[in-house]
Design a protein around this ligand. Structure first.
Ligand SMILES: Cc1ncc(COP(=O)(O)O)c(C=O)c1O
Length: 385
């Protein structure tokens, strides 16, 4: 295989993840490899745990580690350690990742009840309350905070409060929110939370931060998975007992990314994601484009842009890639062909990326016959200044 098959320039990653990565994080990965039980790595693991606890805002006593695996391993770890045969789980399903959560609970033996929500809308807490009141006792409520397939933010704080009133735990997916939207595990009373590294946290994909609180620890089931067993993983991360050959390179990347998050400051980082999202929305409006969710339900991190009538979604997306080196995502399931998924996460959430994307999109759409006005990038810049 020749070198030419490796990418020679940096792709402009504006899809649903992975996102662009700061050079300092890439550089961190070139540090020499350490073995998984090396005393110097162990110090770094302790530091990563402390940083993750702060970024999740997890309460005292929470097991806060990173699974070796992508976001899905975090999802599966929470399910595998809390769901067994007959565990009753209410899953809020308003998109592709809610579906995945329901399917995973089913595979681990749960009796799943679904609260289906229109794709593109946040769940109404009143609907969760009604499901908990009328649907019989449940042990767990599972919900995606930031639904990447629809660009919707769900009210997980309210959902957690309702679940607790009914004696249920909450599992929350923060894959597309951690580091980009407020997440407050202690303040909101979330019980079992997972995320990923490749979106707003700012590292490559490959690890899944999780926060398994004391309340969740009290309700753990015998875990059927060896690899995802949090008791064994706690033995490794906290008590240094071999479990698997954790990648020191990924730990360097995650630690460097978390350092950058804390240097920026969580509040400032959330505000940056909000600002750039609002600028993008303003620019899109200038050329007659809209986002799928209503304003109050929108993510700042993932923008579900409606494809205008008469435009071939895939053709426009491919032109962005081939002519401008810009990646955006396609719609999933019922939204295939109807939306583009434009991620502004981590290092990809900058005014420069907003302007570049809008300029390229405006050109592509105009040359494909779209008549929706002009000046998208200028409108976005106006919103930023
Ligand atoms: C909300 C959500 N949950 C879970 C996942 C799965 O994460 P991964 O692809 O890193 O396994 C994704 C991936 O995009 C996601 O957006």
């Amino acid at each position: 295989m020749s070198d030419q098959q490796l990418p020679s320039i940096e792709r402009v990653l504006l899809g649903p993840g992975p996102s662009l990565i700061a050079p300092r994080v890439m550089r961190a990965m070139t540090a020499p490899v350490l073995s998984h039980l090396d005393p110097d790595l162990v110090t770094l693991l302790d530091d990563v745990r402390a940083r993750l606890t702060r970024v999740f805002k997890a309460p005292e006593g929470t097991l806060t580690i990173a699974m070796s695996g992508t976001g899905t391993s975090g999802m599966e770890a929470m399910v595998a350690n809390l769901v067994g045969d007959g565990t009753r789980v209410l899953v809020v399903v308003g998109g592709y990742f809610g579906e995945r959560l329901a399917e995973m609970c089913r595979r681990y033996g749960a009796t799943v009840s679904r609260l289906d929500v229109e794709w593109g809308r946040a769940v109404d807490p009143a609907a969760v309350q009604a499901a908990l009141r009328d649907g019989g006792q449940v042990d767990i409520v599972a919900c995606v905070h930031a639904e990447t397939s629809t660009g919707v933010l769900n009210p997980v704080k309210e959902i957690a409060a309702l679940a607790h009133e009914h004696g249920a735990l909450v599992i929350v997916d923060t894959v597309t929110s951690l580091g980009g939207h407020p997440v407050d595990v202690a303040g909101w009373g979330l019980d079992a939370v997972y995320s990923c590294t490749q979106k707003c946290v700012g590292a490559p994909s490959g690890m899944a931060p999780v926060a398994f609180t004391p309340a969740a620890q009290k309700r753990r089931v015998a875990c059927r998975s060896f690899y995802l067993d949090l008791a064994l993983l706690e033995d490794f991360w906290v008590r240094r007992k071999y479990h698997h050959t954790l990648s020191s390179t990924m730990i360097y990347a995650l630690r460097e990314a978390l350092m950058a998050v804390e240097e920026e400051g969580l509040e400032e980082r959330w505000a940056r994601h909000e600002r750039n999202h609002l600028a993008l929305a303003r620019g899109l409006a200038a050329i007659g484009l809209d986002l799928l969710p209503p304003p109050a339900d929108r993510l700042w991190t993932l923008n579900a842009v409606r494809v205008p009538a008469g435009i071939d979604e895939a053709a426009a997306r491919q032109r962005l890639l081939r002519e401008f080196n810009i990646e955006v995502g396609a719609g999933l399931g019922p939204l295939a062909g109807k939306i583009w998924r434009v991620g502004l996460m981590g290092a990809s959430s900058t005014p420069a990326m907003v302007v570049l994307f809008l300029g390229a999109l405006e050109h592509v759409l105009r040359t494909m016959g779209h008549k929706g006005g002009s000046g998208a990038a200028a409108a976005a810049l106006e919103a930023l200044n």
